[in-house]
Write a protein that binds this ligand. Structure first.
Ligand SMILES: NC(=O)c1ccc[n+]([C@@H]2O[C@H](COP(=O)([O-])OP(=O)(O)OC[C@H]3O[C@@H](n4cnc5c(N)ncnc54)[C@H](O)[C@@H]3O)[C@@H](O)[C@H]2O)c1
Ligand SMILES: O=c1ccn([C@@H]2O[C@H](COP(=O)(O)OP(=O)(O)O[C@H]3O[C@H](CO)[C@@H](O)[C@H](O)[C@H]3O)[C@@H](O)[C@H]2O)c(=O)[nH]1
Length: 441
């Protein structure tokens, strides 16, 4: 078993630390955010992620997992250091590498023994070389450092499951020995391993995310066409998804992709292609289509009110960019809310988990504590995040709360036919016209 340090305790760093300790390694996680570290030291997870806190508590109690703000202390015994800091989008669209560079400097400053540095953050091709150069230039002691790329593929809301049951682990190393060491670290997970060089590993991550983003934008554009042609995108997704060359996953039409990864990673890849003067306009198109998708949805609602939503009130069900997370980064709900508010509408919101609305127009909109409170007296209800609580609710009972039984299902997740029988007028994404009520309010 090995001694490991993890720099950064966002989703990726925290899950990596917890999982490595769960499979028997001794892990110290470092973050510069003192408040966050204090919370984790008390056995609490700073993020909402099913199953994470139980493993956190278990491994702290077994002395295999610790949290600190002190880099020196964390690196003291570590033979492997993971970098899992953020790589946000900069103004140009490129990935901002300031946290990565600082982490590399911290490593150079404080390590005292030979170390394999593993870059887990999503980084543009060539960044592992940069990290290696920074460390080598700034090293204080005469120790050996190797840098290995190990991109992360977990999904928020499924992070623990994805780490134990991932499709593959990618290890990019230009030398055999450090790659072998990282492979050995993950052996207890018994997952397929892809060994390649560093640049290919870096590219695998962006190419995977951009492919999935393209797939989502493709089905969203097919959905928009279905709507005009009286076809049903759900049936189309089933029909094409059964072709094993296509696959059903990531063919759910909706409000476009959000979250902390697809939006910034598609931008970063598109930027990289432009920098190297190579056409990657398929990704540019996916980005554009994605930006349009929630606008098309909002426009549909506005049209339903004959272009005037001033003074009308709307229930927004779901704020998080997807279920089982409290992450609001690039959440479609925020764009929809902003547009409705700008047109003078009243907006009520409810999310089973998201409570921290302060930065997002708290005070301007009404933050409700239940679905019933949210739907009470509204002119239309918008399902924005497909939380189970919404899908499994008693829509017969809910029918009595709003002024009008007008329901926009932004995730195509509700049983439209059943709901129509209960008196609801339901509009989904890319659904056949005949399934909609034609009544205009
Ligand atoms: N969020 C995901 O689901 C996911 C999945 C796969 C890959 N990724 C990639 O993983 C990386 C991390 O993403 P995230 O969402 O976990 O990040 P995040 O931004 O939520 O968290 C990063 C953490 O790093 C800390 N940090 C920054 N600089 C530091 C330093 N020098 N020393 C110690 N701590 C430092 C910050 O305080 C913060 O807590 C990104 O590159 C992202 O693209 C994210
Ligand atoms: O059929 C689909 C599938 C997803 N989405 C949307 O796509 C976004 C991303 O969803 P998902 O991939 O489940 O969540 P993330 O946690 O952002 O995970 C993605 O981004 C991570 C960060 O890079 C990667 O590690 C994961 O492999 C990759 O799936 C969300 O807005 C979803 O609503 C759709 O609209 N339709």
């Amino acid at each position: 078993m090995m001694n490991v340090a993890v720099i950064g305790t966002g989703y990726v760093g925290l899950v990596t630390g917890v999982v490595l300790s769960e499979i028997g390694h001794t892990v110290t996680c470092i973050d510069i955010d003192e408040k966050k570290v204090e919370i984790m030291q008390k056995g609490k997870s700073p993020i909402y992620e099913p199953g994470l806190e139980d493993l956190l508590v278990k491994n702290i109690s077994k002395n295999r997992l610790a949290f600190t703000t002190n880099h020196k202390k964390a690196f003291e015994k570590s033979e492997i250091i993971f970098i899992a800091v953020g790589t946000p989008q900069s103004e140009s669209g490129a990935a901002d590498l300031k946290y990565i560079k600082q982490a590399a400097k911290d490593i150079a400053q404080y390590i005292t023994n030979d170390t394999v540095v593993v870059v887990k953050s999503t980084v543009p091709v060539g960044t592992n070389d940069l990290v290696e150069n920074i460390i080598k230039q700034e090293l204080k002691l005469d120790v050996k450092v190797e840098v290995v790329s190990n991109p992360e593929f977990l999904r928020e809301g499924h992070a623990i499951h994805d780490t134990f049951h991932g499709d593959r682990i990618v290890i990019g190393s230009d030398k055999e020995k450090p790659g072998d060491k990282i492979e050995a670290l993950f052996t207890p997970l018994k997952l397929p391993i892809v060994r390649t060089n560093r640049r290919s590993a870096e590219m695998i991550k962006y190419a995977a995310n951009a492919f999935l983003a393209v797939k989502i934008s493709y089905i969203n554009q097919i959905a928009n066409l279905c709507e005009k042609l009286d076809a049903d995108v759900n049936a189309v997704a089933e029909g094409i998804g059964m072709d094993s060359r296509i696959g059903r996953a990531f063919l759910n039409a909706g409000l476009g992709y959000g979250g902390s990864c697809f939006p910034k990673d598609t931008e970063a890849l598109a930027f990289l292609a432009k920098e190297y003067n190579t056409s990657l306009n398929i990704v540019d198109a996916a980005i554009q289509a994605n930006s349009n998708q929630s606008e098309i949805f909002t426009q549909k609602i506005i049209d339903r009110f004959k272009g005037n939503v001033q003074g009308k009130s709307f229930a927004i069900l779901g704020l998080a960019f997807k279920p089982n997370t409290d992450d609001l980064r690039e959440a479609p709900a925020l764009k929809i809310i902003e547009k409705l508010l700008s047109l003078g509408a009243k907006v009520k919101v409810y999310d089973p988990i998201v409570q921290h609305l302060n930065e997002y127009q708290a005070g301007v909109l009404e933050h409700c504590q239940s679905i019933q409170e949210c739907m009470d007296n509204v002119d239309a209800t918008l399902l924005v995040t497909e939380w189970d609580e919404f899908i499994e609710n008693d829509w017969k009972e809910l029918r009595k709360y709003p002024n009008q039984p007008l329901l926009f299902d932004g995730r195509n997740i509700l049983p439209t036919d059943k709901l129509v029988k209960l008196g609801w007028q339901v509009e989904g994404i890319g659904q056949a016209q005949k399934r909609k009520s034609v009544e205009v309010i």
